[in-house]
Design a protein around this ligand. Structure first.
Ligand SMILES: [Zn+2]
Ligand SMILES: [Zn+2]
Length: 350
């Protein structure tokens, strides 16, 4: 099989030929037809995350090793299955892959909370992912049918869609008078805007620094605000009658965190999703005095993925716009994403 691998941190991916694996036990071999290109892969390729205050996490130290085939928004067909794999995974069956896989035997995995597993085996980070023509999936339960959904949309659901969906589910109950702010109108933000009307009756305000992205988001929102505009916080307070009930930050920069926290009304929730990196100084008494909640949201569970696939079959539900490109252009795609040129989700097609 042919894969695009990180062989040196920070360097372009290399096309590598290797033997196609044979599935054993419960494993399923999926022939990849397309794999979404996630912004987090740009960080993973660089080998570290900026944790703020001059600190960074080196991925080698948290169990991510080279060579690595990244890619975690995988759609394809079942090529072969191990003798113990579930019957639904018959040869040729179209499947979308859930990549956020746990070890399977720790206390978190055993209670169905794989996302909290301390030794995850996620596809595309901890083991080979979808920038390849084949991928080995440990168990057929992670290879799901998606009939009724466009294949590229189904693929994007595995990360951008699921991350957006799980974050939106953390918004507290709202009324139509409330305002929910979505920070970031990139891939994740647009995925969220396609789903948000199904999950909250609140009005939706989108905040970004890029006028072109705001223009893209405008038809999906009740209002858009430019984070660089000094008048934007005041405009939000006026719109929201004091402040937002919830802010979902899909960017994750110090600036967006601080903007989001300041935008909340008393009792509001800040849901942090983005992984751009950095740190902030926080006034600790602010949290109890304003009764605020800050929480993180990382991708989503297998159960949420199944819910999302059901939701995507409903009329009027959209997700991030998908932009198919040949997988052979993977390094050019990475550069375009790094430079913030992509409005939507690039799908690398085999
Ligand atoms: Zn991703
Ligand atoms: Zn585990």
């Amino acid at each position: 099989m042919e894969s695009y691998q990180v062989t040196q941190w920070g360097q372009p991916l290399r096309r590598v030929r290797s033997a196609t694996p044979t599935p054993a036990g419960t494993e399923v071999l999926v022939r990849v037809s397309a794999c979404g290109v996630c912004h987090s892969d740009v960080h993973i390729r660089d080998g570290c995350y900026d944790m703020g205050f001059g600190k960074s996490i080196e991925l080698e130290k948290i169990g991510i090793h080279l060579p690595l085939t990244m890619g975690h928004e995988i759609v394809g067909t079942v090529a072969a299955k191990g003798p113990d794999a579930d019957a639904h995974a018959t040869g040729g069956a179209p499947v979308v892959v859930y990549p956020w896989i746990g070890c399977g035997h720790c206390r978190h995995c055993l209670r169905g909370a794989e996302l909290d597993c301390e030794t995850p085996r996620s596809l595309g980070t901890r083991q080979a992912g979808g920038y390849s023509d084949h991928v080995l999936v440990p168990h057929a339960r992670y290879a799901l049918p998606y009939e009724g959904i466009d294949p590229l949309v189904a693929a994007s659901a595995a990360c951008s869609g699921l991350t957006a969906y799980s974050a939106l589910k953390k918004i507290p109950p709202c009324s139509p008078e409330d305002v929910v702010v979505v920070i970031g109108a990139g891939g994740l933000g647009l995925a969220a805007l396609g789903l948000i009307r199904k999950l909250t009756p609140a009005r939706v305000v989108v905040v970004d620094a890029n006028p072109a992205k705001l223009q893209f988001a405008r038809p999906l929102a009740d209002a858009v605000l430019d984070i660089a505009d000094a008048a934007a916080p005041r405009a939000l307070r006026d719109l929201a009658d004091g402040g937002a009930a919830a802010v979902v930050d899909f960017v994750g920069l110090p600036q967006t965190f601080e903007w989001g926290l300041a935008a909340l009304r008393k009792g509001g929730s800040l849901i942090e999703v983005g992984l751009f990196g950095g740190g902030v100084a926080l006034s600790v008494p602010l949290l109890p005095m304003r009764n605020l909640k800050i929480m993180g949201s990382y991708v989503g569970s297998l159960a949420e993925f199944k819910e999302l696939l059901t939701l995507l079959r409903e009329p009027g539900v959209t997700t991030v716009p998908v932009l198919p490109r040949p997988m052979s252009e993977i390094n050019e795609i990475f550069e375009e994403i790094r430079q913030g040129q992509v409005a939507g989700r690039v799908m690398a097609v085999v």
